[in-house]
Design a protein around this ligand. Structure first.
Ligand SMILES: *Cc1c(COP(=O)(O)O)cnc(C)c1O
Length: 376
């Protein structure tokens, strides 16, 4: 059986975790937490990276830093993971969903401006499959309307847009290191902060509302309760696991891209013959091989293909149920404009196995079964 996902493990994880244990610093902000943050700051060229306990929590920190208040509106796609909305809804905001583009499954940049009201405070973009949203246009809209931009770059590490790392273009960027992502620490994430002036507040939110981060650096002689906050600082053991992969990030990225290209080559006849569609990567976007998907004719065909692949030892999975059609989405959000693509395209999308230890032979086998299904 070829699983849909295998969590990344490169070999040095246990050694680094043992090192964290031996240093008797298994809580947060130890050696490996600092190493990971520094690595990400250098790689992405951002002012500050704070490791967090998840991307969900990085998004929550972004909502706190943006000072989102009850009644505020945040524009986002409906085709996304629940966390994009949760972070803002927890602060009392309303999620205003707009439709996606069928080529990238990203929020359609042309539909954002019509959804802006006097209550709109932020735009939360999601870079689906590590393929960037049209950020030039989105940043321009944000600037003209005085809105903050939060990037849910959960899937976007090592991908960029016109030479800029995803997560560094908006005011705040959020990465995920969940086991299903390209680089993992089990559960974990990172918050990227563009404006250095926000860093102190961010550290306080992450440390239960205290200035303990300053205390650890020896900048204050005792730490105190400064503001409200929560516990968003991951254990150094988890950071140690992640660091082993960051050291090999270029290799992991190259392998993923090569498997992605292999899928594309193997399956492009399906697109050419109009039987199924393959992902698009617009000019200016460099993706990271996070995901390979195909789009079937409709929901029934997808269900049939999932069954056929399963019979042949391949686990393929569908993805998000659009948030606006879910119970909480109806309660906490509204869809602005017409749902032309969100529901329809979400029912067609099928994710094929993708992880960095997936072999080329496996990709060729999976592709051959997909082609067999379509009789090509
Ligand atoms: C995985 C994912 C998240 C959540 O990440 P966690 O680290 O599990 O909290 C949020 N948004 C998107 C788009 C994701 O793919």
């Amino acid at each position: 059986m070829i699983n849909f996902n295998v969590p990344p493990f490169t070999g040095k994880e246990m050694e680094y975790m043992k090192q964290a244990v031996d240093e008797q610093k298994i809580c947060g902000d130890g050696t490996f937490t600092r190493k990971c943050s520094k690595w990400i700051e250098e790689k992405t060229q951002t002012a500050k990276c704070l490791l967090t306990t998840s991307c969900t929590h990085a998004l929550e920190m972004a909502a706190l830093l943006a000072d989102i208040q009850p009644g505020d509106e945040v524009i986002m796609p409906s085709y996304t993971f629940v966390s994009t909305a949760d972070a803002f809804v927890l602060r009392g905001a309303k999620a205003v969903f707009v439709d996606i583009r069928p080529d990238t499954m990203n929020m359609d940049e042309n539909l954002i401006e019509p959804a802006i009201t006097d209550k709109t405070r932020a735009i939360a973009v999601v870079h689906y499959a590590g393929v960037s949203c049209e950020m030039d246009k989105i940043m321009d809209i944000a600037k003209r309307h005085g809105l903050l931009v939060v990037e849910d770059a959960a899937q976007g590490m090592m991908a960029d847009y016109k030479g800029k790392a995803l997560g560094t273009i908006g005011d705040f960027g959020c990465f995920s290191f969940h086991e299903t992502k390209n680089y993992s620490m089990g559960e974990g994430g990172a918050l990227l902060i563009k404006d250095k002036n926000c860093v102190e507040d961010a550290e306080i939110f992450r440390e239960k509302g205290t200035d303990r981060s300053k205390f650890y650096r020896g900048e204050v002689d005792k730490y105190r309760w400064i503001n409200y906050g929560s516990s968003y600082l991951p254990s150094d053991m988890n950071a140690a696991y992640l660091y082993a992969q960051l050291e090999l990030a270029d290799e992991i990225n190259a392998i993923r891209l090569s498997r992605w290209d292999c899928y594309y080559q193997q399956l492009k006849s399906l697109e050419e013959s109009g039987k199924a569609q393959l992902p698009a990567v617009p000019a200016g976007c460099v993706h990271n091989g996070h995901m390979f998907y195909i789009k079937t004719k409709d929901l029934d065909e997808r269900t049939e293909l999932i069954g056929f692949l399963k019979e042949n030892g391949v686990m393929a999975v569908s993805h998000y149920v659009p948030l606006h059609s879910a119970p909480a989405g109806r309660k906490f959000g509204r869809f602005h404009g017409e749902d032309k693509y969100t529901t329809k395209e979400s029912e067609r999308l099928l994710r094929l196995p993708m992880f960095y230890t997936l072999t080329e032979e496996e990709v060729i086998y999976i592709s051959s079964k997909v082609k067999e299904f379509y009789g090509v």
